[in-house]
Write a protein that binds this ligand. Structure first.
Ligand code: PMP
Ligand code: GLN
Length: 401
């Protein structure tokens, strides 16, 4: 084996200049940390949100077919026309939105890239961005990278109601945008029309934009409708609506996302996208276009399957003694473990569960910048029933000892 420079003398030499001040001090994401811990301890991973199957066979077969038959060189920067058309048609079919696919849809490498493209494309240094805690982990670092000033408003457990006064106070003349995640990770809140109307009024009053993270749009339960903010009066030209094939087709590793926005806003996001990833693998895009055209039964079956899993896990956790909070959407339920009198915070509890009970979960404090609730954890239920039952068996054994 050749000796590399680093091996010689065992030293890396003098410290290099400091690396990026926003990203370098951050730890590894909680999802990776807990997945690694789960693997190391052979724990059932109800932490990171990914289904445990391999995605639908027809989707994979379509992708394989396209990979062999269709071009594999750079697709158009905004995405392959088939998928952009399918995204526009999907928006009409589910939300009665009239979208011009050529000017108003862009394909990205997952919703993560879409969020970055939208935030970096909109924010100037000093612009304020309203965020709602608990929040998905990529929002804050990207807002800061853009020089934005986060204005966080927090929802309080157990009902996670919109704190209207605090939200209104977070808006001001410097507000550039709000990031709205509905259905909301990690708490499963699905924003209702009155809440969205309140938000829409603020967005309009302060001449702001809304970046709408709707990756769980097809995962709302008990007939709770998902309402895109974009469908509210006055919002069509102020919203950038983000979706993800990862969630809609249980293929989180594909990283195919899409942004829908009025032409001027889409252009702003595209200017960033061209230097972030430029394009996304074309044949995964073609397979996702096929997926978006699936019949209604596919979408309703996704909901009923996931809803049954939510019910199975929530009932089992309640039986064990957790206080399970209501979840109307997403892949997740949150549970309060205060009743067990555990000596430690939620991070310690999740580590303990992983190493001692053999079930990994995510501490909800990871979704807050500071002063988070300390007795909540998030369990993912997007797993096979056998896996969920085994996780409940392990937890029962652990807590009923
Ligand atoms: N937003 C939210 C709220 C999420 O939970 C996730 C998780 N996957 C993403 C964005 C990122 O989606 P993608 O995997 O398509 O990048
Ligand atoms: N969205 C997934 C979750 O909340 C994680 C995605 C990731 O690991 N970055 O679990």
């Amino acid at each position: 084996m050749p000796i590399t420079q680093c091996d010689q003398g065992g030293s890396l030499g003098p410290m290099p200049k400091p690396t990026n001040a926003i990203f370098s001090p951050l730890g590894t994401t909680i999802f990776t940390v807990m997945s690694q811990l789960a693997t190391a301890h052979r724990a059932i991973n109800l932490g990171q949100g990914f289904p445990d199957g391999n995605g639908h066979e027809d989707m994979r077969a379509q992708a394989a077919l396209f990979l062999n038959d269709q071009p594999n060189q750079y697709p158009p920067m905004l995405g392959v026309p088939d998928l952009r058309q399918a995204v526009a048609t999907h928006a009409t079919r589910f939300y009665a939105l009239d979208i011009v696919w050529k000017d108003e849809v862009m394909v990205t490498s997952g919703a993560t890239e879409a969020l970055a493209a939208c935030l970096l494309g909109l924010i100037n240094p000093g612009d304020e961005v309203v965020l709602i805690e608990p929040l998905y982990d990529s929002y804050l670092p990207i807002v800061r990278l853009a020089g934005g000033v986060p204005k966080c408003v927090r929802l309080a457990p157990p009902y996670w109601e919109l704190p209207r006064e605090a939200l209104a106070a977070a808006f001001g003349p410097k507000t550039k945008a709000i990031v709205l995640n509905s259905p909301m990770n990690p708490i499963g809140k699905v924003f209702m029309r009155e809440e969205l109307t309140f938000i829409a009024n603020l967005v309009a009053r302060f001449d702001a934009y809304a970046i709408c993270d709707e990756v769980y749009e097809h995962l709302t339960f008990a007939n709770r409708p998902h309402i895109p903010l974009m469908t509210l009066p006055g919002m069509r030209t102020r919203c950038l609506r983000i979706g993800s094939a990862g969630k809609t087709f249980s293929l989180t590793g594909w990283k195919v996302g899409y942004v829908t926005a009025a032409p001027a806003l889409l252009q702003a996001a595209a200017k960033t996208h061209q230097f972030l990833t430029f394009t996304t693998p074309p044949n995964l895009q073609r397979a996702v276009a096929y997926g978006l055209e699936k019949d209604d039964a596919y979408f309703s079956n996704l909901v009923s399957t996931l809803q049954a899993k939510r019910d199975l896990l929530a009932a089992g956790l309640r039986e064990i003694g957790f206080t399970v909070l209501e979840s109307d959407g997403t892949y997740f339920v949150t549970a309060d473990f205060a009743v067990f009198g555990f000596d430690g915070d939620d991070v310690a509890f999740c580590r303990h569960l992983t190493t001692e009970a053999g079930v990994a979960a995510i501490p909800v404090s990871a979704f807050y910048e500071s002063e988070a609730p300390k007795t909540l954890n998030r369990f993912a239920f997007c797993k096979s029933d056998d896996v969920l039952i085994e996780a409940l068996t392990r937890l029962t054994r652990h807590f009923k000892r």
